[in-house]
Design a protein around this ligand. Sequence first.
Ligand code: IVH
Length: 678
Amino acid sequence: MSRDRQRLEALRERLHYHAHRYYSLDDPEISDAEYDALFAELKVLEHQHPEWIVPDSPTQRVGAQPLAAFSSVVHRVAMLSLDNIFSEQDLADFDRRIRERLQLPESADVGYVCEPKLDGLAMSLRYVQGSLVQAATRGDGQQGEDVTHNLRTLPTVPLRLQGTVPDRLEVRGEVLMPKSVFLSLNEQAQARGEKIFANPRNAAAGSVRQLDPRVAAGRGLEFYAYAVADCSTPLPSSHTLTLHWLRELGFKIAEPWGTGWGPSFCRDSYHYLAQNRSRLPFDIDGMVVKVDGVSAQQILGYVARAPRWAAAWKFPAEQVVTHVLGVDWQVGRTGALTPVARLEPVNVGGVIVSNATLHNIDEIARLDVQVGDAVVLYRAGDVIPKIDRVLFEERTGALQPIVPPTACPVCGAEVIRPEGEAISRCSGGLYCPAQRLESLCHFVSRRAMDIDGLGEQWIKQLIDHDQVHQPADLYRLTKVQLLPLDRMGEKLADNLLQAIAHSRETTLPRFLYALGIRTVGEATARSLAQHFRSLEGLLQASREELLRVADVGPVTADFLLTFMHQETNRKIMDDLRECGVHWPAVQVVAGWQGGSFVLTGTLSSMSRDEAREHLLRLGAKVSGSVSRKTQAVIAGAEAGSKLAEAERLGVPVWSEADFLNLLREQGVELSSTTTHPI
Ligand code: IVH
């Protein structure tokens, strides 16, 4: 071997060793400057002899080109999960089960290792002859993703193992983003107006799932080893010795961890970790208890997808105190107003939280929360911030009750909360920008104005391009406005315009339904049309009159009145009519009261199920037995006892022809093939 080659090998060896001392052991033997000098020397040699560059050289951490996609990896040994324990009682049960299985006498204690439960991403690293060959995510436990290109950029992932190395080794551990890195990363992102990560775990996951290793390299991730999954040489006899061995090989082990006897040791360790949690450089969500002896582990074995010899003792969700500064009311796509508490920003388990949803007025009442209150905050499921309770003893007097606004914060329309309901809603409907997409999609839907082909994707684009604000704008659309839309073509534009034009000819029930007035469904729209016969008639109706309509109760009546009295809604209806939306005069159906029908015998034009469907869609009820309240019995061929019953009770009996007439008058389209000539 040439002198240069010898020097190069020696440099690599020393750099691997010193990187391990520095990154994994936190115990450097040489200064940063000395390390940098060695590194620079290696770079020069590799530059002179590029044929000597190998992937596990300390210079090659960020060598790989970005991937086009991740490839999947089948784990040789499944990546398991852990059973949870939540209390000292659970721990005692866990310990008892282990002692029973190991047939230990009363006096003997089990040896345990207690470790932090790292809140990151499980990872499996494979080494062949001491060199890193593969890093894979957990995935579903059987199959994960190959993220070698990213993991090799982490200084705490040894590219070459130290000391005597086994031929084959698979190490399991966790990738984490230290809290300090997370905070500064989010600060930078915020300064640039970019999206911030919710917590270090998500940030680590996002970084590991990068196709470009340069991104992951800049994210300050760390790898901590906690188990050996596969090894070509016999393993140490205890988990304690395994952790020491992993350290010698070059891995970082999360501190603090310890070995001791019996449940009392585990209990003390748990309380120690819980108390010192916030001082650790990374997020942990509990403690992992492992039986120390490897032969004991083997006797205990596995159940389902978790070892019997280990358990995760989770911490309760972290709670902090903060103050409610105010409440914002957000308007959802259906007009529902959601109160969101604005909070004095606080750190909850490593995440800065500055607001929390209050859901609705019932939740506000349940908490009895007011603006100015001190509240206890936690992150439900460790993610979503939630207010747990008010600290009433801290109330000083300067409080303000939380009441829903009377006008929508987005469009200014009146806000309504029906009696007994927890949700307040904006009555702006079609006019409210927050509800525009939802209400336009409803407006064009098949059972409303039935504009064929005008789906959500087009409406969304039309709104984004500022072409459509309210329904009438649809009828003013021109090809020039449609063509710039993404994926739009000449033919498609023609078809859409034709469908829009076609929908001008409609029925009053469809029109009323399309307006999207709350609780006014198809059946109510039909009853309203039947009752008032014209839009003008409806618009002049009093509350009493509305309440006389079958299907209309106090809630619907109030929604109708609010809608009709809103100037903007009147204008929307006028505009639509001006744009040519029209309908034929309403045919009043004698005897139609939206009542209850009974079907009997065989119909020739449709099955009984189809007939039932039609009636239900019209808002009628269909019953299986005849009573005095039955509006009519529809009798087909070979009608039996129900027909007799109707005659006995004096209930009207309709023929199939009567029934088909009713359907036609109600605007039901009957396909000609199934219609019997009558
Ligand atoms: S040992 C066979 N040790 O917890 C046991 N897991 O809930 C394998 N975890 O997917 C796991 N810290 O990602 C072990 N010190 C620790 C851990 C730990 C965190 C994670 C791991 C696993 C999950 C199971």
